[in-house]
Ligand binder design. Structure first.
Ligand code: PEP
Length: 258
């Protein structure tokens, strides 16, 4: 069975003091389990302190983005190797906020995915459609384009050490959530598309759902067979909510789960 992953994307939130308070609550409530991996992805400037606070515990640390380059004249960028050096295990690539604000296209995101893996990080590749895409019946076409760019450039075997997060853009930070049926349909589509290239890689691939996951809707989403956890934005900033979501993922992977 695939081990679930719940990753908190803190986005541009937090402070030294509020991070420490949140982390101390998480450390206490999340002892680590065989059923679910847990990670937090704070803003880059806080990574060293977050890593230090979590030292010796079960919660991993990830970046929110990395450069596709390894070093050089790229002002403001952070290389994947630098994230690795300070103790990150994961990095989010291709988040819809960056695809929109920084105009990251799928080829660029694919290069970031490759750079992350080359540095020894596990990339969490975000894919997902805008509301207009869904209304136009283009959800699968959009997700396929975002996924194929990475499959083509990195090769399907790279997905043995990667994670995909399906995040419908219209559900991010809006309070709207894909229904379990809508999410299940796209998750199945993603797994089938990877399986068309390599069914064993597809079978082991963790596909997370993201988009207004909260304590009260997590269990319904995580119960679905192709949903292997979540990428959590807003609710990851509240210890009680994040712990409840982690517990829901653990329960979905508990005894008797197929
Ligand atoms: C995200 O930004 O990855 C996300 C899923 O945000 P939220 O949970 O706030 O919708």
């Amino acid at each position: 069975m695939r081990k679930a992953l719940v990753a908190g994307n803190w986005k541009m939130n937090g402070s030294m003091a509020s991070n420490r308070e949140l982390l101390s609550a998480l450390k206490e409530a999340i002892p680590g389990s065989d059923a679910v991996d847990v990670a937090v992805c704070p803003p880059a400037v806080y990574l060293p302190d977050v890593r230090a606070q979590l030292q010796g515990g079960s919660i991993a640390v990830g970046g929110q983005d990395c450069s596709d380059e390894t070093s050089g004249a790229y002002t403001g960028e952070i290389a994947a190797g630098m994230l690795k050096e300070i103790g990150c295990e994961y990095v989010i690539v291709g988040h819809s906020e960056r695809r929109a604000r920084q105009r990251e296209d799928s080829d660029w995101v694919a290069r970031k995915f490759i750079a992350a893996q080359a540095a020894g990080l596990v990339p969490i590749l975000c894919v997902g459609e805008q509301l207009a895409d869904r209304e136009a019946g283009q959800t699968e076409a959009v997700v396929a384009e975002q996924l194929d760019a990475v499959l083509d450039q990195a090769g399907v075997a790279a997905f043995e050490r990667g994670v995909v997060a399906y995040e419908p853009v219209w559900a991010i930070g809006t309070g709207l959530t894909a229904t379990p049926e809508q999410a299940a349909e796209v998750h199945r589509f993603i797994r089938d598309r990877v399986a068309a290239r390599d069914s064993s890689v597809a079978g082991g691939l963790r596909i997370l759902y993201g988009g207004s996951v909260k304590a009260d809707n997590a269990a319904g989403l995580f119960a679905l067979p192709d949903i292997d956890g979540g990428l959590i934005g807003g609710a990851s900033l509240d210890a009680g909510s994040f712990v409840a979501i982690v517990n829901a993922a653990g329960a979905a992977r508990g005894p008797g789960t197929p």
